[in-house]
Ligand binder design. Sequence first.
Ligand SMILES: Nc1ncnc2c1ncn2[C@@H]1O[C@H](COP(=O)(O)OP(=O)(O)O)[C@@H](O)[C@H]1O
Ligand SMILES: Nc1ccn([C@@H]2O[C@H](COP(=O)(O)OP(=O)(O)O)[C@@H](O)[C@H]2O)c(=O)n1
Length: 220
Amino acid sequence: MSDPSPPLIIAVDGPAASGKGTLSRRLAAYYGLAYLDTGMLYRGVGWVMLSRQLDPRRVDDAEAAARAFSLDDIADADIRTPDVGRAASQVAVQPPVRAALLTYQRRFAAAPPNGLRGAVLDGRDIGTVVCPDAPVKLYVTADTEVRAHRRWSELMARDARSLSFENVLEDIRRRDARDAGREEAPMRPAADAVIIDTTTLDPDEVFARALREIDRRLPS
Ligand SMILES: Nc1ncnc2c1ncn2[C@@H]1O[C@H](COP(=O)(O)OP(=O)(O)O)[C@@H](O)[C@H]1O
Ligand SMILES: Nc1ccn([C@@H]2O[C@H](COP(=O)(O)OP(=O)(O)O)[C@@H](O)[C@H]2O)c(=O)n1
């Protein structure tokens, strides 16, 4: 009897608000794959730290929070705020936090839920660390100001009226610098990733571009 084929993994990485989630959800639906937003795990740990009034930069506390983390902890939490994004990138610098969250991500990729034949994972280090053998790796990016504008519009639509565009831009710049500059699993395209610059593309165009790249790489 031949071995069952390994799960089909599509790795999607890139900086904040580049459109990773929008593209990944669509790819997962199209190919019938599971989807994991790995940023949600880091945001979850960041949220736990803030909700306990702990400093996200304290490595012992952050490691303990990551080890004990369960998705149930954030069932009713708003993790999509700039404060939680900042805390997420502060806990994400710490190697023991990354190690604790890596296990969950690798398991998800190795055995996608509901018997699905594979998964799309999005984050910062999927193609480089979490799933280095993924047959398809995309790195989604866009100009910083365009990304900040997208995030600002999203936050405004959710009623964060007091946020200025400049604050969101500054926040994204700092988070990008922290994510790209850290020692452990820095944000960067894998050597074999396809870079998709979404600055002037709408979501349909990004999807179409990704499909072309993926179909070229998948065994027919
Ligand atoms: N190609 C695009 N053009 C314009 N807006 C986009 C595009 N892709 C995503 N968006 C919007 O930008 C915001 C951030 O997208 P999202 O997919 O959440 O990014 P990420 O997962 O990289 O943080 C969302 O409001 C989304 O609707
Ligand atoms: N695989 C991942 C995913 C997220 N992260 C961290 O988690 C933060 C929040 O990730 P996110 O994907 O929710 O961020 P957005 O792109 O949605 O703004 C990032 O800024 C990173 O610091 C990471 O280090 N590695």
